[in-house]
Each structure stands twice: as C-alpha cells, then as structure tokens.
Design a binder for this molecule. Structure first.
Ligand code: DC
Length: 254
C-alpha cells in the first residue's frame, strides 16, 4: 500500500527545498522526480538520441542506465553508474528535461519507476503531476504556487551561491524568460500536464518563506489526519517525529 505526500507545482515554486525539509522532519525519504527527467535528458544528449524520434527514444529508454538511490543523505541519480546529480543542474538540462518530459514513452517510463519506489516506502515526492496522475491516491496533496517573477528571483538568487560558473552568467531577465517558457511547456503538454489535482491544497508561497511553507504543510497534514482514522493511524508516528514543528505556527493566515 502506498503512503505518499505529493508536492507539485511549476519550476521554482520551492518544491524541492520544501520537500527535502518536510521529509527530514518526518523521517522519511524524498523523491525528486524532476531529477529523473533531467538525467534522461543528460543521458539522451550523451547518447546523441534525437528527441524528435519517439520510436528511437522508446527503444533506448531501458538502456539509458538511469538509477535512483534514496538514502538518509538524500537522493543520488546515476547514469550507467556515474553520479550525475550535479551535472543535471544546468540551464541546458532544465530546457532539455522540459522537452523530453513531454514525450509519452519518457513519461510512462519515469512514472512506472516513481510508482514502484512509492510502493516500497512512505515518500515525499515532488513534481508536476504526482497528485494528478502518478499517485492519485496519495494521502496528502499540495500544489505550490508563486508568481513567475518571484520564482525567477528565487532561482536567480540561488544561482548566485551556486558553484557552477555557467549559471552565474544568466541575468534575472534570462531566468524569468526560461521559467516562462518552461511553464508553457510543462502546463500545455498533452500527457499529464502540470496541474493541481482537484483534491490538492493550493499554497501560494509568493509571500511565505521556506519555514512558513513547511509549517503550513505540517499543520494541514495534521488537520487532515485528524479527520481520517486510516490516514491518522499510519502518519501519527511520523507527525510525532516532526518535533521541531510547533503545531499552531502553520495555522497562521490559512
Ligand atoms: O522539477 P525540475 O525543474 O527539476 O524538473 C525538470 C523538468 O522535468 C520540468 O521542466 C518538467 C519535468 N517534470 C515533469 O514533467 N514531471 C515531473 N513529475 C517532474 C518534472
């Protein structure tokens, strides 16, 4: 039986930092599903796979060498045994991953892996379609939003402390353009576009800091768990573990 927390939203909405922290508080693992699409984009480029040839991609996927390792240190992503976790964080891979993720065979391949991992243990998963498509029965579903300007600003600030010299050369305006173009790709693709599931709780993070978002999520989880015995019996112990959490903090401004 799957027990998952889905954190969806567009690029730069803060999903990965929020999900990592949330998983840490709860004492469970975090699966960054975007890293799968990024790694496949990286592997496809290395293997000189033509992204317009869907049949060719379908045949190549099982041989792409993608492997995900989740442990207490976080997630590591490998291609043919090489750790590509940092190599996939470039503007080029952001663009290519958005492109490759629109291809149905790629989505089917990644979604099958995500479901398999979620079947093994409780997870926080972040992505675009976790609550709406990958795990429609997830115990908790959140959709993080923020204006494109705010998301670009966060991403740009992160790039300033990023060690990769390629990312430092981008201006705030360029980052904003990229975010807008990925928003269009990710929200308009035919299969499983980025969308809030009907039963997801939408959180506008534009004016919230990281801690406030995590507090709110924990508060809402606790609140939902209190109304559902099955959810409560499974998550009670994990919510207890989030001891740093002051239950009433997340209640503010809801
Ligand atoms: O979250 P991210 O920026 O690392 O994701 C990279 C790309 O992968 C993103 O532009 C869209 C795609 N993606 C997706 O289609 N579905 C997901 N569940 C996660 C990411």
């Amino acid at each position: 039986m799957t027990h998952a927390i889905a954190i969806d939203g567009l690029s730069g909405a803060g999903k990965s930092t929020v999900s990592r922290l949330l998983a840490q508080y709860l004492g469970i693992h975090y699966l960054d599903t975007g890293a799968m699409y990024r790694s496949l984009a990286y592997a496809a480029k290395e293997a000189r796979i033509n992204l317009t040839q869907e049949d060719q991609i379908k045949d190549w996927l099982p041989a792409s060498g993608l492997e995900i390792v989740l442990d207490n240190q976080g997630q590591k992503t490998f291609i043919h045994g090489v750790d590509v976790s940092n190599l996939i964080r470039t503007p080029e891979m952001s663009r290519l991953s958005s492109e490759i993720s629109a291809l149905p065979p790629v989505r089917h391949y990644c979604v099958a892996k995500q479901r398999e991992l979620a079947n093994q243990k409780p997870l926080v998963l972040d992505g675009r379609d976790i609550g709406s498509f990958v795990l429609p029965d997830a115990d908790f579903k959140f959709y993080l939003e923020a204006t494109a300007e705010e998301r670009a600003k966060r991403r740009w600030l992160q790039m300033q402390i990023d060690a990769d010299p390629n990312t430092k050369t981008q201006s705030l305006e360029q980052v904003l353009q990229e975010i807008r173009s990925r928003d269009i790709n990710d929200s308009n693709r035919k299969l499983a576009p980025a969308v809030a599931a009907e039963d997801a709780i939408v959180i506008d993070t534009t004016k919230l800091n990281l801690d406030q978002v995590v507090d709110r999520i924990l508060y809402l989880m606790q609140e939902k768990a209190n109304t559902n015995e099955i959810t409560k019996s499974f998550w009670h112990e994990y919510l207890e573990k989030a001891q740093v959490f002051d239950y009433d903090k997340g209640k503010e401004e809801i």
